[in-house]
Design a protein around this ligand. Structure first.
Ligand code: F0G
Length: 454
């Protein structure tokens, strides 16, 4: 059968707490029905994100003990720089404290007012930085990408015809850059194919447009290319990475997905781009040989990048997610298919079809699942959007409850527990009520907002 087989063993464990349902009910009320505001001590399985919460390996921990501390020119930075050069074959590396810091710098350096960033799909922080520079974002995802139930292996593909049409309409000089996000976060961790990237690259070359790869979720995307794309299944993960890198003018990443608490960086072969970005690093992040990271984190990232080249390491997350998606599908629970990376995504629009989008079905489902299980997920729907200039809701394309799968953190029996509780909740879904704001912040309201049952 499709039972995932972990190619690692667990040697350090952390105690979990499963508070009784009475406490969970109290806790979610204290949190204003917003899972972001729960305290971890009230949470059994934290499936909010895969960021900063993945398990570290013995080799990562060992490397952290050998870190070389200095403000400038540390040996640790050189190790990281060498690893980046080896894996991505890029000459220049700029360190940053996390993914959105890279986005800030790229947007400041490359997005001029009125320009457009074309992307397969935006990420929240990416879009915020681009619009802050008075640029705009065009989502060029293939139509199938927004189809909840699909068999398309690469729902994260960019529609190349839409890209050509966009360039022809506005002219290449209006396009600040094209951004491909590996493992497209907001539409269910869906990958793009290498073939698609080659086509996008060709358009960028023809028109002289910079192609940027957001490699924060690269590990998942690499795994799916190897698994699902026949033409490349005989290549190693390292070889696939090299090809993706050759097709990218700039690569940036959040290292928080590599088991680290902090970290990120930007690499390129263009001296011109490097010189443009460099001054922002010293302004916002720190000196060029740490960029806001501690040496211990840089050591862990160096090892984490190398481990990303190991298929037996990067397959664990996607295999656990596929297991969860399959089991839920068998029980008739509406989930995003095919299974992607990052986590299992439940379609709230179908799950609580009685709750209108104006009452945040995915937010209501997140709160209800916490009460029913102690499992904490994240709303990815209308609550995560912002109101328009007139104060009206902008309804999201999809209303998802994301249950992230931190890598190498949970056991299969814990995943079975989550599945069991979701099935129970589905059978009792008439108990779930819609939500309305009690306190609604103006910006990024999903982080701090408080809600009550309608
Ligand atoms: N790009 C992608 C594709 C991401 O998934 C994230 C973070 C970032 C950029 C920003 O990186 O957090 O280091 O500043 N995703 C996390 C999540 C926060 O939970 O989806 P960061």
């Amino acid at each position: 059968g499709n039972v995932p087989l972990e190619m690692h063993k667990v040697r350090i464990v952390q105690k979990l707490n499963l508070p009784p349902v009475e406490r969970r009910l109290e806790a979610i009320q204290e949190a204003g029905n917003n899972t972001f505001l729960l305290k971890n001590r009230d949470v059994f399985m934290d499936m909010l994100t895969d960021s900063g919460v993945n398990a570290m390996s013995d080799n990562q921990l060992a490397a952290m003990m050998q870190a070389d501390d200095s403000y400038a020119g540390s040996e640790t930075f050189t190790k990281l720089e060498n690893k980046i050069q080896e894996i991505f074959d890029k000459k220049f590396f700029l360190p940053a404290h996390q993914g959105r810091a890279c986005e800030n710098i790229l947007a400041q350096a490359l997005v001029k007012p009125g320009t457009i960033v074309a992307t397969n799909y935006h990420f929240t922080t990416t879009k915020a930085h681009i619009t802050l520079q008075s640029g705009s974002v065009e989502e060029l995802i293939i139509d199938e990408g927004l189809n909840i139930n699909s068999t398309h292996p690469f729902k994260g593909n960019m529609d190349v015809d839409k890209l050509k049409a966009l360039v022809e309409k506005h002219g290449a000089e209006k396009i600040a850059f094209v951004r491909l996000e590996a493992g497209t976060n907001l539409i269910g961790g869906q990958p793009f194919s290498l073939e698609n990237m080659k086509e996008v690259y060709k358009v960028c070359r023809d028109f002289g447009i910079i192609l940027i790869l957001d490699a924060s979720l690269l590990a998942d995307n690499l795994y799916f290319i190897k698994e699902r794309e026949d033409a490349y299944k005989n290549l190693s993960i390292r070889e696939i990475t090299r090809i993706m890198s050759e097709l990218s003018d700039i690569i940036y990443f959040s290292a928080r997905k590599l088991g680290c608490a902090r970290g990120g960086g930007i690499c390129t072969n263009s001296e011109d781009i490097y010189m443009k970005l460099r001054e922002y690093i010293t302004l916002y992040e720190g000196f060029l040989t740490y960029g806001g990271m501690s040496v211990r984190e840089m050591e862990a990232i160096t090892v984490g990048l190398e481990e990303t080249m190991d298929e037996n390491m990067i397959n664990q997350g996607p295999q656990f997610i596929a297991y969860m998606v399959e089991k839920l599908k068998e029980k008739g629970i509406p989930v995003v298919t095919p299974a992607g990376g990052l986590g299992c995504h439940i379609d709230a629009m179908q799950f609580v079809s009685n709750i209108p989008q104006s009452q945040y079905p995915a937010g209501a489902l997140a709160a209800a699942l916490y009460i029913a299980s102690g499992v904490r997920g994240m709303e990815r729907g209308t609550l995560s959007e912002q109101r328009d200039e007139n104060g009206n809701e902008t309804f999201a394309n999809v209303e998802l409850l994301r249950l992230a799968m931190p890598r190498r953190v949970f056991t299969l029996s814990q995943v079975d527990y989550a599945i069991d509780r979701i099935v129970w909740l589905y059978e009792n879904r008439q108990l779930i009520e819609g939500l309305t704001f009690v306190e609604e912040p103006k910006v990024l309201r999903f982080f701090f907002g408080k809600l009550k049952a309608v």
